[in-house]
Unconditional design. Structure first.
Length: 289
């Protein structure tokens, strides 16, 4: 499933095509994705202008002139591609509609934004902007890891007293939003912290951050920023809006590198894999303590 860097990469690719443009025509080629599309989905979008395109955790948020927000999730295999109306018309004439192109947005600026989702775990939902804080998909989410409010003090306070593993805590979307298995493994490696370490050990008895918390927050911000700059990671389904693959998988230091030599300077260990909470964890036992 795409994590924060992949979703942010998609947002940046969609923004030039969607922000400030009006939905001239909307095609909903099926009535459902993961869940049924909202009632009157097409009618509620056509004629409305996208006033802003944001992101919350792994959700894309298109603010509309109607006062509603189009909340979109890529699911496991969803992707957006951006084309142009003239190219799209030629594509249609050839009768080569992709079987999994489920929703198509024809924008007033000539852009054609197509949502493709073979497994149909993606979703689209319309929510009134005034009700966003109460929206079930979003209301329990923790802070954005690249936001100014996310710091060592906040993370330490959230982990204080927790007996779960540090990796499990970071995957908890109520503690920090948007992180998934890949970037948690990479961040823990950069911070020299074991994924098996108890989460509470990044805080002192009063819940204040220690040096581990500071190192971990710095590592989280760095690995996410690096991944976004590389267009995310393409392991199976992730594509940028121009169809290109993300490139960060070539920069993994630990994820999916079982048996390889540790790349940390001065470390003579090797990368190992074990199953933790049902997910593969990659780490270097020699330098992650």
């Amino acid at each position: 499933m795409p994590e924060l860097p992949e979703v942010e990469t998609v947002r940046r690719g969609l923004a030039p095509a969607m922000e400030g443009a009006r939905f001239a025509k909307v095609e909903a080629r099926r009535a459902d994705l993961r869940w049924p599309l909202p009632k009157d989905f097409v009618a509620r979008l056509e004629g409305e202008t996208v006033t802003g395109l944001g992101r919350r955790a792994k959700y894309l948020l298109a603010d509309l002139s109607s006062g509603e927000v189009l909340v979109m999730h890529l699911g496991m295999s969803g992707s957006f591609r951006v084309g142009h109306e003239q190219a799209s018309a030629y594509y249609h004439e050839k009768g080569k509609l992709a079987a999994h192109d489920h929703v198509v947005f024809h924008m007033s600026n000539g852009a054609v934004v197509t949502f493709n989702d073979p497994r149909r775990f993606g979703s689209m939902k319309l929510v009134k902007r005034a009700e966003m804080e109460r929206e079930p998909l979003l209301r329990e989410l923790g802070p954005e890891p690249l936001g100014n409010q996310f710091d060592a003090a906040m993370l330490a306070a959230a982990c204080a007293g927790k007996k779960t593993s540090l990796k499990a805590a970071l995957l908890d979307q109520t503690i920090v939003a948007g992180l998934g298995n890949i970037y948690v493994c990479e961040a823990l490696y950069r911070a020299h912290l074991s994924p098996k370490r108890q989460a509470s050990t990044i805080a002192d008895r009063k819940g204040a951050p220690n040096e581990r918390a500071h190192a971990l927050v710095d590592a989280i911000k760095a690995v996410l920023s690096d991944a976004i700059a590389a267009g995310g990671s393409s392991l199976r389904d992730h594509r940028q809006t121009d169809g290109e693959l993300g490139m960060f998988q070539h920069n993994f230091r630990v994820y999916d590198r079982e048996g390889e030599k540790c790349r940390m300077r001065g470390c003579k260990g090797s990368i190992r894999r074990f199953v933790q909470n049902g997910r593969s964890t990659f780490w270097c036992p020699a330098c992650q303590k």
